[in-house]
Write a protein that binds this ligand. Structure first.
Ligand code: UT7
Length: 328
């Protein structure tokens, strides 16, 4: 079977206006700016308003991605939204977004792979275009993590922010586009990072609400160790599949969870900091939205040149991981 090369036609991003700084958090929990900055690299994050949901953020990011790609919403064949904070259990956030955009021809579904969700979405979209099933696919990572964050828990509330990033994928000339994907999961690590209240195991009840299990729980240290290991091995595996070497990388776009985790990946890949997109200082960890927002911001800043080799890599709840090599 002859596969069509698939690449990025356009990128877009949106973050809500409200800023929550480390100084604000000092007034809410027992923490301080110095601890947060040295342990995580985060200085501030954006928070959605009470009226804003993930599809509202996704809509703004998607509009920019469509403009940047030079196509209309009616030309979309498929919309994939990666999110762990959907507007509601159903209909999917992708269907809500399809309606907002007026993407009448597009099929639409949500994808749940936590912080790795955007890379999982790219892999699905790439396959569906490469085989000729679709031509234009919108992949969005959109999160309102503030809505499932416990702002009395200093272990988690300092980390998370809200935002959305989007890309339009389509056929590209030979030699460009996605060269490899490396996806993985280890469900046995699920309990380390979860929001368990409110699903079919523990439906919403007063007891669930009182226990706080609707909020994000994270065994930070365990997840940290897993992240350091898997970011390096997933990145190396994606490079091996693409038949490229770590020295071929022009830009690393990692999941924005913790600056110390990013630095350990840079060390393993023997990359200098100027070859890495970092924006967690401004936005914190936005789960599925982190990588597409970083990619869109790199594009806005002119850091992506035709022919550049870009490595995307992330990890998250599930546990899950994903990496991809892309020639811009
Ligand atoms: O997107 C994927 C999901 N998440 C992640 O990638 C996060 C991965 N984990 C991490 O980034 C880090 O584990 C954290 C930033 C969450 C925590 O950093 P750490 O270096 O692993 O700290 P720790 O959990 O081992 O805690 C060290 C100390 C503890 O005090 P004791 O027990 O040593 O007295 C904590 O209670 O720091 C304390 N601590 C805090 N102190 C001030 C925990 N949170 C805070 C805080 N402010 N916000």
């Amino acid at each position: 079977m002859n596969l069509t090369p698939v690449g990025v036609w356009g990128t877009g991003m949106y973050v809500p206006e409200r800023v929550l700084t480390n100084a604000d958090l000092e007034k809410m929990v027992e923490t301080n700016d110095e601890w947060i900055v040295t342990r995580t690299g985060i200085q501030e994050r954006r928070l959605a308003s009470p009226e804003e949901a993930s599809s509202d953020l996704a809509f703004r990011a998607a509009e920019e991605a469509l403009r940047n790609a030079g196509i209309t919403a009616e030309q979309l064949d498929l919309i994939i939204v990666a999110t762990i904070t959907p507007d509601m259990a159903f209909p999917s956030t992708a269907c809500i977004l399809q309606d907002k955009l007026g993407a009448k021809r597009a099929a639409a579904f949500d994808l749940s792979a936590a912080c790795s969700g955007f890379i999982y979405g790219l892999a699905n979209a790439t396959n569906s275009i490469a085989t000729g099933m679709y031509k234009h696919v919108l992949v969005v990572g959109a999160e309102c993590l503030s809505k499932i964050t416990d702002y009395t828990d200093r272990n988690t509330c300092i980390l998370f922010g809200d935002g959305a990033g989007a890309v339009v994928l389509g056929p590209v000339p030979e030699g460009r586009g996605f060269r490899s994907f490396e996806l993985g999961a280890d469900g046995s690590g699920g309990p380390l990072l979860r929001s368990s209240g409110g699903g079919s195991r523990h439906p919403v009840s007063q007891e669930v609400l009182d226990s706080g299990s609707q909020y994000i729980y994270m065994a930070g240290n365990e997840v940290f160790k897993f992240a350091v290991k898997i970011m390096g091995s997933a990145a190396e595996e994606a490079l091996r599949k693409a038949e490229l070497d770590k020295h071929d990388i022009d830009l690393l776009v990692p999941h924005q969870a913790n600056l110390r985790i990013i630095r350990s990946s840079l060390e393993r890949l023997e990359l200098s900091e100027d070859k890495c997109m970092v924006n967690l200082n401004k936005y914190g960890n936005m789960s599925a939205a982190s990588i597409p927002v970083a990619l869109a911001e790199a594009n806005r800043e002119g850091r992506l040149k035709e022919g550049d080799t870009v490595l995307l890599v992330g990890f998250g709840g599930g546990l899950t991981w994903g990496a991809s090599v892309l020639v811009w």
